[in-house]
Design a protein around this ligand. Sequence first.
Ligand code: FAD
Length: 428
Amino acid sequence: MAQRQKVVVVGAGPVGSLAALYAANRGHDVEVYELRSDLRDPSTTPLNFTRSINLALSERGLNAMRNAGQPKLIDHVMAATLPMRGRMIHGKRPNGDLYEESQDYDVHGRSILAIDRGGLNKRLLDILEEIPNVTFFFNHKLTGADFRRNKAWFEVRKEAGAEQSGREIEVGFDLMIGADGAHSAVRYHMMKYTRMDYKQEYIDTLWCEFQIQPQSPQGGMSKFKISPNHLHIWPGREFMFIAIPSEDGSFTCTLFAPAAVYEQLEADTQGGQISKFFDRSFPGVTSLIPASELVASFHQNPHLPLINIKCKPHHYSSSVVILGDAAHAMVPFYGQGMNAGLEDVRILFGILDKHALMDAASAPEGEIGFSAAANSAASQRERALAEYTAVRIPDAHAINDLALQNYIEMRASVLSPVYRLRKFLEES
Ligand code: FAD
């Protein structure tokens, strides 16, 4: 349908990998450039990238994968998920009793899915690797781009057997897809070519990961210490602790709290304040994670910021488009950052296909020369990318705003009597 083009994808995260799959499925020559080494290779993966982040995968992301033109992708991905039918709110009653309250996400019992981000990424790379018109370039960092001449430069960071990195290569392309995350180099270089509105905001919250280990065999029939079919929340009004289940029976947990709380706890090298803080703020957590592990994780795991980015446009001319976090990094409280990025891919290729079809229908009979065909492909792409920006930006900005608002819902509103009454009335 579409004319064969050279598509360069920058970033082999979940969004870049899916974009490569969509482009390959249309017969394009696809090259994927990734700054890091192949995350499936245990001997070269840097430690900070093996940490598992558990994500909520929802229909928005699933639908994008279902439409990738690879029927086995969705089964491959689904096999590594756990359904979460609602959130489980943990708290303490005035009489000191602990309670758990399940709040279903959907009256029809539909679920969102827990999945390990690295695992999902590996599964996408596995499928891509089987496709002949896709080539991977790991350890390649985008360092420059000329979007008028369709040329980009990559630094080769580490080559097998080489002592030094730093060699630079030049790569040409018809279309570059920038899926290189929140600190996108593609976006940075694109700004030199287009009048981009850009806003980034760090919220006053840091996050740090903890683990609830699987139940020991004598502890019970289930390998899970708490329900595996919920996203668990310990709301703390100004901060919160959440837990998402993993297939092995563990839970990946995250503490979200203002920087000032972290600063106070960082000063506590003995750990007494940290376990007291957890006992006071997140009742029951210290019976799931021993105090020594809580303290060790707090001090060993990084305390990371949360960024919210909006920009406009998401493309330049016919040569480049940014997707996923590169275009709209958002705080994680709506569980939609990756899902929205995967949806970007489906929408972008839907629009590219539509323009290719429209042009095919209106093309005159007979053959046209090579350069005329290339020009017409470029102008078709330019129209499609402009439509993509126009269609996608209002939705991307809306989901960024919803994500920010949902932090208040998760950490505080779920506790309010008004919220509970509203839920009760909705459900009865
Ligand atoms: P990334 O995953 O950041 O991938 C970008 C890739 O580009 C990386 O591999 C990077 O190495 C590479 N790269 C960077 N620079 C260059 C360069 N110069 N040259 C070449 N390659 C480069 N989303 C959800 O949908 N559901 C959730 O429940 C959820 N929970 C989250 C919880 C937390 C704590 C956080 C922090 C995020 C969460 N998210 C969630 C958001 C989700 O992680 C991101 O939206 C998603 O990873 C974005 O994917 P991406 O492919 O766009 O970018």
